[in-house]
Design a protein around this ligand. Structure first.
Ligand code: DX5
Ligand code: ZN
Length: 228
C-alpha cells in the first residue's frame, strides 16, 4: 500500500546550520530515505557539501542515505562517499563519459548505483547499463536549486523509463518540484521514490514535516501505477 512509495526528503531545503537536527526531525517524521544533494559549482552552478559533512551527520539517522551527485567527474570521490556511509550513489549520465565503469565502481564499493537524467537527456542512454543499475533518477527540474517548478513533460519520460525497465526491480526516483500537487502524476507515470525539499521542510520541525510527508505519500499512493 502506501509503503510502496518511498519519500526521500532533500536536506537541501533544510536549515544547514542545524543539519544533524534536521535529519533527526525528518527521520522521526517518517522519511524513508535521506536525500543528499551534492553540488560542485561546476556541473551545476550551486555548491553544497561533500563526504566530510555527510560523514559528520551519518550518525543522525539509520535510514538509507541517498546521495545525488551533481558533480563533474564523480569517479574521483566515489570511495569517499562510500566511506562516509552513503547507501545509494546516483551519478548524472551527462557527467560520466564511462558510465558503465562508474556504475561498476559504485557496486564494488558496496553501494547501490543510480543514474540521473537531466530534463533534456533522452532515456535511451540507459539502454546498455539498465541491466546493472538499481535506480533511475528522472530530474523533473534542471538540477542546481531547490524550489523550482516541476517540468510537466517529464511525466512522459517517467513512463518511457518504466516501460524500459519492465519487470525488473529498478527504482524510478523523481526529483524537483515534487509537492502534494505533483506527487500524483509522477506516481501514476511510474515513479516510486519521490524526492522533495521545499514541500517537506516547511513549518516547524517533526510534526509539520510529518504532515507534509504524509500528504505527499498519500497522494502518490492513491495514484500509484503499481495499483497497490
Ligand atoms: C535540485 C535538487 C533537488 C531539490 C529538490 O538540484 O536535486 O533535490 O533539492 O527541491 P524541491 O523539492 O524544492 O524542488
Ligand atoms: Zn536531488
Amino acid at each position: 500500500m502506501a509503503n510502496d512509495i518511498i519519500i526521500a526528503p532533500s536536506v537541501l531545503a533544510s536549515d544547514f546550520g542545524e543539519l544533524a537536527a534536521e535529519i533527526v526531525a525528518v527521520d522521526d517524521a517518517g522519511a524513508d530515505w535521506i536525500h543528499l544533494d551534492v553540488m560542485d559549482g561546476h556541473f551545476v552552478p550551486n555548491l553544497t557539501f561533500g563526504p566530510p559533512i555527510i560523514k559528520a551527520v551519518r550518525a543522525s539517522s539509520t535510514k538509507i542515505f541517498d546521495a545525488h551527485l551533481m558533480v563533474s567527474n564523480p569517479d574521483r570521490l566515489l570511495e569517499e562517499y562510500a566511506e562516509a556511509g552513503v547507501d545509494i550513489i546516483t551519478v548524472h549520465a551527462e557527467a560520466c563519459p564511462h558510465l558503465d565503469r562508474t556504475v561498476s565502481r559504485v557496486h564494488e564499493l558496496g553501494c547501490r548505483a543510480g543514474v540521473a537524467l537531466n530534463p533534456h537527456t533522452p532515456p535511451d542512454c540507459l539502454a546498455y547499463v539498465l541491466d546493472r543499475i538499481d535506480l533511475v533518477l528522472v530530474m523533473t527540474v534542471n538540477p542546481g536549486f531547490g524550489g523550482q517548478s516541476f517540468i510537466s513533460t517529464m511525466t512522459d519520460k517517467i513512463a518511457i523509463v518504466k516501460e524500459m525497465i519492465g519487470e525488473s526491480n529498478i527504482t524510478i526516483e523523481v526529483d524537483g518540484g515534487i509537492t502534494m500537487e505533483t506527487a500524483g502524476v509522477v506516481a501514476a507515470a511510474g515513479a516510486t521514490a519521490l524526492v522533495a525539499g521545499s514541500a517537506i521542510f516547511r513549518g516547524d520541525g517533526t510534526a509539520a514535516y510529518a504532515k507534509n510527508i504524509d500528504s505527499i505519500r498519500q497522494t502518490a499512493a492513491l495514484h500509484s501505477s503499481k495499483g497497490a
